[in-house]
Write a protein that binds this ligand. Structure first.
Ligand code: CTP
Length: 407
């Protein structure tokens, strides 16, 4: 978010059945803490209603009708100055064409030409219309002017007879992610960071493994937060059911040994590593090449330790900022302090997996951040994204040599 006040997002719906989703987008943006206003073209109102948009936005909707009422105000100028970001969702082929032609004949194009600072288009149309050369030329022209696009995506199209194709508007959650990217301060620009996430799987035959319940959510939140703040991000991920984050180089691995290889081979090129992965500490000494049968009776599996990736990074550390996690059920502070020292970390984030609101797989977390000086700070119970942003702020202080209170 920019400055003192919440960032302001103006959402404009144009004609298309995806306008049904615009109220949901407004709602998601408000939940994410943005101040919103809605605008709708006459054709958009054939698919959604002014009432639905007004309720979702919490304020009156700007329409062609409300544009030139005789109140002496110039709505297009007022909206262009109010917005930090204009999101056109859905964006029709016609709206792209009008904007690319530099017209200012309807409220949307008037707001754009009156200097709306940034524009994010979320197109929705039939695949033929999207692929039509004029549409593609319009998109290229708008991009050339610094405007940005989210979607369209491949998927089921509105008309059931059309099946699926490339033309579906991105889901409101995806659009919110792009909004966040546009409105975040780019204070990690120029840095490359590596984040590890998720569990590892240590197989003892082709279909059975030792693992843990890590969902990967904390690591993915870290990767997305760093991307939004302008960093080049490498995400080394164990198996998770999470969607691959856009704008992040994702390397998928399964075993601790593969994670070790993926991370150490990139260590030289990165400025910071945050190890959020729950690496399995043990692997079976042998992996059977065929599935072993139950009728063989009780089995004993010999376990060997996996490589401690973070400890190795600590030993090889040059200027990199190194951050670890410690998940403890007992003697948390003491054990985390020992890991911080042993692995040569800049700080460690202590998790409490047995506390409510911090358990595996949840969307919130509570960490105690521990520094080599012995100082600690608590994140409080907040979203994983908020924990991620706190961690990056601390990493950034260390990258720029401006550590504060903890020294
Ligand atoms: N870690 C790692 N490689 C391993 C095990 C852990 O890089 N083989 C990293 C984790 O990603 C985490 C930190 O080390 O950032 C601490 O992990 P944790 O499992 O709590 O510590 P261990 O060193 O494995 O100690 P123990 O399991 O005995 O508590």
């Amino acid at each position: 978010m920019s400055g003192e006040r919440p960032a302001r997002v103006l959402v404009a719906a144009t004609g298309g059945v995806a306008a049904m989703k615009t109220p949901f987008l407004l709602r998601r943006l408000r939940e994410a803490g943005y101040q919103v206003r809605a605008m709708a073209s006459a054709r958009a109102l054939a698919f959604t209603s002014e009432n639905a948009l007004a309720v979702a936005a919490g304020s009156a909707v700007a329409t062609e009708e409300s544009w030139f009422v005789a109140d002496g105000a110039a709505l297009h100028l007022e909206l262009a100055r109010w917005a930090d970001l204009l999101v056109v969702a859905p964006a029709s082929a016609a709206s792209l064409a009008r904007a690319a032609a530099g017209l200012a004949e309807d409220l949307l194009t008037a707001v754009i030409s009156a200097g709306a600072p940034r524009v994010l288009w979320a197109p929705a149309m039939n695949p033929e219309m999207w692929n039509y050369p004029a549409t593609q030329a319009n998109v290229a022209r708008l991009r050339g002017w610094g405007q940005d696009f989210v979607g369209p995506e491949f998927g089921a199209l509105a008309s059931v007879t059309e099946g699926s194709g490339l033309g579906r508007m991105s889901e409101p959650e995806t659009i919110v992610e792009h909004v966040r990217y546009h409105l975040s301060q780019k204070d990690l620009r120029g840095y490359t960071v590596l984040v590890s996430a998720g569990p590892t799987r240590e197989y003892f035959d082709p279909v059975r493994f030792i693992s843990n319940p890590s969902s990967g959510k904390m690591g993915y939140a870290l990767a997305e937060a760093a991307r939004d703040r302008g960093a080049k991000v490498i995400l080394v991920s164990g198996p998770t059911s999470l969607r691959q984050p856009w704008g992040v180089e994702t390397v998928r691995v399964e075993r601790a040994e593969e994670m070790h290889q993926a991370i150490t081979s990139r260590y030289q090129e990165v400025d910071a590593v945050v190890m959020a992965a729950a690496v399995a500490d043990w692997r079976p000494a042998e992996t059977a090449s065929e599935k072993s049968a139950k009728k063989k009776g009780p089995q004993t599996v010999e376990l060997l330790p996996t490589p401690d990736i973070l400890a190795e990074l600590g030993r090889r550390k040059k200027s990199q900022v190194l951050v670890g996690f410690a998940m403890e059920t007992v003697d948390g502070l003491e054990r985390a302090r020992e890991k911080l020292r042993r692995k040569n970390l800049d700080f460690i984030c202590l998790n409490f997996p047995t506390r409510t609101g911090s358990a595996f797989g949840g969307d919130s977390n509570e960490v105690e951040i521990i520094f080599p000086s012995g100082a600690t700070i608590s994140s409080g119970r907040v979203s994983k994204r908020a924990v991620a942003d706190k961690i990056w702020s601390l990493v950034r202080e260390r990258l720029t040599g401006r550590e504060k209170e903890e020294r």
